[in-house]
Design a protein around this ligand. Sequence first.
Ligand code: SAM
Length: 280
Amino acid sequence: MAAIDSLPPLRDVIATHDLSARKALGQNFLLDLNLTAKIARLAGDLSESDVLEIGPGPGGLTRGLLAEGARRVLAIEKDSRCMPALAEIAAAYPGQLEVINGDALEIDPLSHLTPPIRVAANLPYNVGTELLVRWLTPKTWPPFWQSLTLMFQKEVAERITATPGSKAYGRLAILSQWRADAKIVLHLPPGAFTPPPKVSSAVVHLTALPAPRFEANAGTLNKVVAAAFNQRRKMLRSSLKSLSPDIEDRLIAAGITPTDRAEVVPLEGFCALAREMDKA
Ligand code: SAM
């Protein structure tokens, strides 16, 4: 297979800089540059975007993004051991790669980026879910990002893209699909990573919608959905009782059968209920 750039193979980079994978940082590296270039292509047309990459590690996905023509990449990496390897990539792509050594959960990257902005990351799964929820719940919409292309544990990817009636359907599906299109674009077996994790993975691509799919107040929708799915086996008239004394009437007004369970109610129904809850 043709090399995607003139930099050394990632196995050599890891050996040269002694980047043995650390479990505490969720380090499962992608070493196949054809695969990282493929993930970069799944992120969309990068030529006119700045890309925010979280957790570049030794730089496999970073190299994929740059080789696929990203205008600029801002990479935030917590592990300082990776800095020399990332500096070599920055030298090969002058002016196109900025690296910040720090915790992505604590850094606001916006002053370093020029819109339009796309996000791409292969992150530890717990950090990935926390950042996804933050990116999906900004104070104003549309958000700073145009798209998110993120690696998750397969089960989490299925929760993000789930439809009503499935076991995976819940808060994450509603949060993701209310204001974005979300789809699984790639499945990866454990063997795609070094070292291989115990679970399978999937890349999810989310595109921000210009406005929410259905009208609703974000806070009210969140409250209703949290209460409904916190007791997902209960009928809605009982799981939502604490939200309003006349919850049955409000459910009916929203077109929802009060004896239904949360998992069968479509996104549109939850938005209608949120609007009913906001009526005096
Ligand atoms: N992107 C690289 C790849 O695909 O080979 C590395 C992926 S590895 C699963 C996750 C990376 O995220 C590691 O390099 C780890 O050090 C980094 N990381 C973990 N927690 C982080 C955080 N809170 N902020 C920034 N980077 C983090």
